[in-house]
Design a protein around this ligand. Structure first.
Ligand code: ADP
Ligand code: MG
Length: 327
C-alpha cells in the first residue's frame, strides 16, 4: 500500500502548503472553531495542525489513515452533492506515505485520547494511548524524506512558508468564525481571534490586507433574487499598481474566476487607471444548483449557469458601492 499511497500522494501532495490545505480542510470539516498551525523550516521539517473539532474515535483511527476511507460520503449519491471540503478519503493516507505522520485525537465527551502512526512499506498502523484535549492534532515530520525526487523540488523555506501563509490568509478571510494561529520556526506570524461582529471582521480584513483596507475600504451587502454579494471593496483612490488584496469566494470557496474579475474591473470602470489594481474581498452566495464548481478544482474556476445575470448583478452591486465611496 505504501507505493499506491505514494502514487496518490503525487497528485494530492505537491508541496508543504498542499499538506496544510488538506489538514486544515479536515479540521474545518470536523467543525473546529480554533485551528493552530506550527511550521518549521517551511514545512519540510514539521507541519503540525491542532484543532478543537469533533475528534476521531479510537476505532476509527486506523481507518482514517487508510486509503479511500472517508467518513464523509455515505452513499454514492452524495458524490454529486459534496458540501464538505474533503474528497475521496485519500489525503491522510497519501501524506503519511511520504512523511512521518502522527495522528492524535480525543472526541469530545470521551475520557481517553489515542495516537496513531502508520509505518513501513506495509503502512501498518500502531495505536497507543496519549494525552490530548478535545480535538485532533496531526504532525507531519520530514515531508518527502522517502521520496528524494520530490524533496529536491522543494524551494527555499521562505518560499514554501509564503505559500502556506497565503493559504492561511485566504482561508482566514473565508472563515471569520474560526480562530487561527500560524507560527513559523517558533515565531508567531498570524494570530487571528474569532471575529463575530462586523467590526471584528473588518479588523481581520485590515490585519490581512493592510492598512489601506482599514482606512479606504467600504463594506457592501447587496442581494437580488437568489444572489447575494457582500464583502469589502477598496476605494479607487487607494488602489495601487501592486494588487493589495484580491479575493473572491463563491459559496465560501475561493475562486479566481474570469467572469467575476471582469465584472469587478468593469464596476471600477474609468475610476481606475490602466495601471491601478482593484482591491476586494468579496463573497458571492448563489443557489448551488446554479453553479458547477468542479470545472477546474485546482484552477479555482466555476461555471455559472446564468453567467450574464451573475455578471450584471456583480457590476451593478459594486458600481452602486463605488459611486458612494467616491462621492
Ligand atoms: P476525507 O477528508 O476525504 O474524508 P482524509 O484522508 O482527508 O479523507 O481524512 C480521512 C478521515 O479522517 C476523514 O473522513 C475524517 O473522518 C477523519 N479526519 C481527518 N482529519 C480529521 C480531523 N482533524 N478531525 C476529525 N476527523 C478527521
Ligand atoms: Mg480530507
Amino acid at each position: 500500500p505504501q507505493l499506491a499511497n505514494q502514487i496518490a500522494a503525487g497528485e494530492v501532495v505537491e508541496r508543504p502548503a498542499s499538506v496544510v490545505k488538506e489538514l486544515v480542510e479536515n479540521s474545518l470539516d470536523a467543525g473546529a472553531s480554533q485551528i493552530d498551525i506550527d511550521i518549521e523550516k517551511g514545512g519540510s521539517k514539521l507541519i503540525r495542525i491542532r484543532d478543537n473539532g469533533a475528534g476521531i474515535a479510537e476505532h476509527e483511527l486506523v481507518l482514517a489513515l487508510s486509503r479511500h476511507a472517508t467518513s464523509k460520503i455515505s452513499e454514492l449519491n452524495d458524490l454529486a452533492q459534496i458540501t464538505s471540503l474533503g474528497f475521496r478519503g485519500e489525503a491522510l493516507a497519501s501524506i503519511s506515505s511520504v512523511s512521518r505522520l502522527t495522528l492524535t485525537s480525543k472526541p469530545a465527551g470521551q475520557t481517553a485520547a489515542w495516537q496513531a502512526q502508520a509505518e513501513g512499506r506495509d503502512m501498518t498502523v500502531t495505536v497507543k494511548p496519549a494525552a490530548h484535549p478535545d480535538g485532533t492534532s496531526i504532525e507531519v515530520v520530514d515531508l518527502f524524506f522517502n521520496t528524494p525526487a520530490r524533496r529536491k523540488f522543494l524551494r527555499t523555506d521562505k518560499t514554501e512558508f509564503s505559500h502556506i501563509d497565503e493559504l492561511v490568509k485566504r482561508l482566514a478571510l473565508s472563515r471569520f468564525d474560526v480562530s487561527w494561529q500560524l507560527n513559523h520556526n517558533g515565531q508567531s506570524v498570524r494570530r487571528l481571534p474569532q471575529a463575530t461582529t462586523l467590526i471584528a471582521r473588518q479588523k481581520r480584513v485590515a490585519a490581512l490586507c493592510g492598512r489601506a483596507f482599514a482606512e479606504h475600504a467600504a463594506f457592501i451587502e447587496n442581494s437580488y433574487g437568489g444572489l447575494k454579494l457582500s464583502g469589502w471593496l477598496l476605494a479607487p483612490q487607494a488602489c495601487q499598481q501592486q494588487p493589495l488584496c484580491q479575493y473572491s469566494y463563491v459559496n465560501g470557496r475561493m475562486m479566481r474566476d474570469k467572469l467575476l474579475n471582469h465584472a469587478i474591473r468593469q464596476a471600477y470602470g474609468e475610476r481606475l487607471s490602466q495601471e491601478q489594481q482593484p482591491g476586494f474581498v468579496l463573497f458571492l452566495e448563489i443557489d448551488p444548483a446554479e453553479v458547477d464548481v468542479n470545472v477546474h478544482p485546482a484552477k479555482h474556476e466555476v461555471r455559472f449557469h446564468q453567467a450574464r445575470l451573475v455578471h450584471d448583478f456583480v457590476v451593478s452591486a459594486l458600481s452602486d458601492a463605488l459611486a458612494q465611496l467616491t462621492d
